[in-house]
Design a protein around this ligand. Structure first.
Ligand code: GTP
Length: 220
């Protein structure tokens, strides 16, 4: 599906501690869409530097086609000055923790607070993601406590695995569907100068289905 067929662009960011699996989850989603071959495994997983961009077009079940512009942010603290500058212009956020890393779960409230402080309340739609669900034997966060946290922050919770390709499409599709619903109901509005949601110019030349760019070095 070409991005030129899409009516809206939704900007979505993945946030969470370093090494929780944000890049792997995103690559699995972008490269593992319908009709595409299985993604090549990463030769070695290098930490994200600043922010990297991907995109994928999606036909919403009850709505138009949308282009998801997906921002993979670095979890490392030293890149925070770059990643923070992107929060204001997102409409959707996947808050990702590693189910085998308790600290990454405990930091979810901080990540949520970071976005809320930048955006103001009621702007972004969040989804809490417990990642690496294939590692059940070393899991140290229960589904119940993750659901409790999600409910207290007003979002849904989902478990995913990039390794097993479990719930990967469902997580992104659910978030995009919730954004579309909020747009339809007027809970989120298209605003001049805000990049979270954009109407796509139909005269735009179609671009390749996915691409990756680097946002440049940290200026801290
Ligand atoms: N078992 C398992 N390992 C995973 C999964 N997803 C990612 N990993 C591993 O987790 C490690 C970190 O993955 P990344 O995708 O680089 O993590 P990240 O959150 O993007 O890290 P930063 O860029 O530093 O913020 C790598 O060794 C991956 O192979 C998964 O679903 N299951």
């Amino acid at each position: 599906m070409e991005a030129g067929d899409c009516r809206y662009q939704f900007r979505i960011a993945l946030l969470g501690d370093a090494a929780v699996g944000k890049t792997s989850l995103l690559r699995r989603y972008v490269e593992g869409g319908p009709g595409t071959p299985e993604p090549e495994p990463e030769p070695e997983s290098a930490p994200t530097v600043g922010v990297e961009f991907y995109s994928r077009a999606l036909q919403l079940r009850a709505g138009p086609r949308v282009k998801l512009q997906l921002w993979d942010t670095a979890g490392q603290e030293r890149f925070r000055c770059i990643t923070r500058s992107f929060y204001r212009n997102v409409v959707g956020v996947l808050l990702v923790f590693d189910m085998t890393n308790r600290k990454s779960f405990e930091h979810i409230r901080d990540w949520h607070q970071e976005v809320m402080a930048t955006q103001g309340p009621d702007k972004a739609i969040f989804l809490l993601v417990g990642h690496k669900s294939d590692l059940q034997s070393t899991r140290c966060v229960s589904a119940e406590e993750a659901e409790e946290l999600a409910a207290s922050l007003g979002m849904a919770f989902m478990e995913t695995s990039a390794k097993d390709n479990c719930n990967v499409d469902l997580a992104f599709d659910t978030l995009a569907g919730t954004i579309q619903q909020a747009l339809q109901q007027g809970d989120i509005k298209l605003e001049e100068g805000w990049g979270g949601i954009r109407l796509i110019d139909k005269t735009q030349i179609s671009r390749p289905r996915s691409r990756k760019q680097h946002a440049g070095p940290c200026q801290c």
